[in-house]
Design a protein around this ligand. Structure first.
Ligand code: ATP
Ligand code: MG
Length: 495
């Protein structure tokens, strides 16, 4: 599925970064402008904290301990025109404004609060004391003040507002311009730098996620098989990060899914094959039985005694193989369903081998096959389900006889115990099993030699053997060279 660009993770991360940079830039600008104002005010007070006193002394506003009102008026006029950056006020002892250096109508207050004034006179070194601005009811400003005619016998105060209205206007315009310029520079610079860096980093991250997503999508659309055995490509980082860990886990997961999916498909194929085989194996003897019985019914009187016996014998043989097949299938189903839980007991395995071989004496005699038993230990005792192991030996010896030519040899050998178990071998001198078939003969219905199934052999014996041995948590395998016989091995736990 193709995702539109604005819905991609890359776009979302880039937009998020842009927004963060914008907020940071704006906060920085506001903070910088506030700090600029604070520094301005402190500097003004530092430089001018003696301005009021100097004015009094320079302009000779106090003469022989008396206020010279004329000199004061002249000073007011002079500063109003020459230096509009400061505003001078003459206050009485209650803070009422008696005179000022401003055009009439500009001053909005009649009096000002004297607390900051007294604080300043008492502690001249203290910065950042703000006083009332006579030109506004709200604003506070830096100021310089001195008691006149003198501190010990004051009649009033000379109150100088350091950042007069004109200067404030000029500073505001200037600082606004500076802030806009600085803010713009900082914002643009950081946005560009941050964006470039962020976009590059985000690209590197999202590129890997996109790759991963494409890989997974391919895997799903290719029927869970594109991972093959090598799995996904995992980034080769010196220091692994979350994405490379995710890649690793997804690779493992897909490999696992791939294997399970293949196993499921294989099982499904096997199941189909099995159903086809079972129906074939059931239908063939049934059809034969039906045929003979019909012939017997229709032609009973016309048949000789010999023919009747022959027909009945064949029918019985077919019924036997049908019974064998059904038994085999039933046994496999029980083993598959784990209903056959082994009942473990200790028993001498050699005795069991003798018993089983005795059962096959007539069959071996018919083919003139010699039976041998070799044991590398005296009377070894194993821990297993005796009934199930008898079934294993039955199937293996049955095969050994069936797939051997006349005058052959069959040897059952018991090896010396090793690592808590011993190996039982059933060796024959028969036709052997081609190498490419050896791994398959343990699968149900698999027959290595016969193109078509014959006389009741359905290909279930070794499958039953394998399941029984696996139930005992032991191993079974075959070694064989074609035309030189086969050697079936299985292990048993020592008691
Ligand atoms: N000792 C052996 N020598 C040569 N081939 C063998 C031997 N044992 C088994 N095979 C091959 O392995 C195949 C599978 O054996 P398995 O015992 O499972 O089935 P089967 O003998 O054909 O039928 P069933 O055991 O159900 O009667 C056989 O069909 C045969 O081709
Ligand atoms: Mg068999």
């Amino acid at each position: 599925m193709k995702t539109s660009f604005i819905h991609t993770l890359y776009f979302k991360m880039a937009a998020g970064l842009g927004l963060i940079l914008l907020v940071v830039g704006l906060s920085y600008t506001i903070f910088a402008s506030y700090m600029l104002q604070q520094i301005n005010q402190s500097s003004l007070q530092l430089i001018n904290h003696n301005l009021a006193l100097n004015l009094v002394n320079d302009k000779k506003i106090v003469h022989d301990g008396k206020i010279d009102k004329k000199a004061m008026k002249e000073t007011f006029m002079q500063y109003m025109t020459i230096n509009p950056s400061i505003e001078i006020y003459y206050l009485d002892l209650n803070g009422n404004i008696l005179a000022y250096s401003a055009e009439p109508g500009k001053v909005k207050r009649n009096s000002i609060n004297l607390n900051p004034v007294r604080q300043r006179i008492e502690k001249p070194e203290q910065l950042n004391i703000l006083g009332d601005d006579p030109r506004s009811h709200e604003t506070k400003k830096s100021f310089s003040v001195t008691a006149i005619p003198d501190k010990s016998n004051p009649e009033g105060y000379l109150y100088v507002v350091l950042q007069g209205e004109e200067l404030t206007k000029a500073i505001n315009t200037q600082s606004q311009n500076t802030i806009i310029y600085l803010g713009g520079m900082v914002l643009t610079g950081s946005l560009l730098m941050g964006l470039l860096l962020g976009l590059f980093l985000f690209y590197r991250i999202t590129y890997r996620i996109k790759n991963l997503q494409e890989n997974v999508a391919n895997f799903v659309s290719n029927d869970f098989s594109s991972a093959s055995t090598s799995g996904f490509c995992v980034s080769n980082l010196i220091i692994p990060d979350e994405i490379s860990e995710l890649e690793k886990y997804i690779a493992r997961m897909t490999l696992h899914i791939h294997k399970q999916w293949s196993a499921l498909k294989q099982q499904d194929n096997l199941r189909r094959e099995m159903v086809a085989n079972i129906s074939h194996d059931l239908r063939t003897p049934l059809a034969s039985i039906q045929g003979y019985l019909e012939t017997l019914t229709i032609k009973y009187d016309n048949l000789s005694d010999n023919d009747r016996k022959k027909y009945l014998k064949t029918t019985s043989k077919q019924a036997n193989s049908l019974q064998k097949l059904i038994d085999g299938l039933f046994e496999l189903a029980k083993l598959d369903a784990r209903e056959h839980q082994p009942i473990m007991e200790s028993f001498p395995v050699l005795e069991l081998v003798y018993d089983v071989l005795a059962k096959f004496e007539i069959n071996t005699q018919k083919k003139n096959i010699k039976l041998n038993i070799i044991s590398e230990t005296d009377n070894p005792v194993v821990l297993a389900d005796i009934g199930l192991i008898e079934r294993v030996l039955d199937n293996l010896i049955n095969n050994a006889i069936y797939y051997s030519n006349t005058n052959g040899h069959i040897t059952v050998s018991i090896a010396a115990p090793e690592d808590g178990s011993l190996t039982v071998k059933v060796i024959d001198t028969g036709q052997g099993i081609p190498v490419e078939q050896q791994a398959l003969v343990f699968e149900q219905f698999h027959q290595a030699h016969t193109p078509e199934r014959k006389d009741g052999h359905a290909g279930l014996g070794l499958c039953i053997v394998k399941k029984i041995i696996e139930l005992h948590k032991q191993k079974v395998w075959v070694e064989s060279k074609p035309e030189q016989g086969a050697e079936f091995n299985f292990t048993l736990a020592i008691a």
